[in-house]
Design a protein around this ligand. Structure first.
Ligand code: PGA
Length: 251
């Protein structure tokens, strides 16, 4: 049985005080409850402050990106071990905004995933097709290639230590959510890819989150699909009430 995992991707939003306030409200409501795994991923600059605000609760801390090198002359970058050092458990990798706006390739995401795993972080590896790709019936090809490229060279035991997020680009921040059937079809396809690349036992344990316009209203039906194991939530994770409603929808 895969435990549902809801993560909030705050992107480049909040200031320090707002981030701490949001995190504290979530920690108060969630406490030490562990029936759903929950994470918040604030801007890197606020990781320590948000980490302090969720301390003592079951909420995990996540970053939105990292570099693949351990240290050195990489101005502006953050190493996986540094994220661990400030209390992170998770790191989002290969988000479509990173892929589109910052030109990250599957090979880049692969290097970051390997580095994050080596440091002891749980990568949340994002994949997803554009609207044009979906309309051209290329969804399966695109997401399979992204998963294969981003997870290249990883052994089954490493796959068990990461999470995949299926985020169709046309659904991100648009209010146009994938239907539960559309999302389930891709999740099931990715699980069968994992079965063929690893084993059925491994594929059965890997959690695949859905992301893209998840909100309090649509979360429950999406999360009741057999292969949807959680949600990566952007906009709706910025208000405590809305995010808590999504978490409740996972119960
Ligand atoms: P959204 O973003 O929930 O605002 O659509 C999701 C994401 O980009 O992870």
């Amino acid at each position: 049985m895969r435990k549902k995992f809801i993560a909030g991707n705050w992107k480049m939003n909040t200031n320090a005080a707002q981030g701490v306030e949001l995190a504290a409200a979530l920690a108060k409501a969630i406490g030490s409850s562990t029936d759903v795994e929950v994470a918040v991923c604030p801007p890197a600059l606020y990781l320590s402050a948000v980490g302090a605000a969720i301390k003592g609760s079951s909420i995990g801390l996540g970053a939105q990106n990292c570099h693949h090198e351990a240290k050195g002359a990489f101005t502006g970058e953050i190493a996986p071990a540094m994220l661990l050092d400030v209390g992170c458990k998770y790191v989002i990798l290969g988000h479509s905004e990173r892929r589109q706006l910052f030109h990250e390739t599957n090979a880049d995401v692969n290097k970051k995933t390997i580095a994050a795993l080596a440091a002891g972080l749980t990568p949340i590896v994002c994949v997803g097709e554009s609207l044009a790709e979906r309309q051209a019936n290329k969804t399966s090809d695109v997401v399979r290639e992204q998963v294969q490229g981003s997870l290249a060279g990883l052994a089954g035991e490493q796959i068990l230590k990461l999470v995949i997020a299926y985020e169709p680009i046309w659904a991100i921040g648009t209010g146009v959510v994938a239907t539960p059937e559309q999302a389930e079809e891709v999740h099931a396809d990715l699980r069968s890819l994992l079965t063929s690349r690893y084993t059925a036992a491994v594929a059965d344990k890997v959690r695949i989150q859905y992301g893209g316009s998840v909100n309090a209203e649509n979360a429950k039906t999406l999360l009741s699909q057999p292969n949807i194991d959680g949600a990566l939530v952007g906009g709706a994770s910025l208000k405590a009430d809305g995010f808590l409603a999504i978490i409740n929808g996972a119960k």
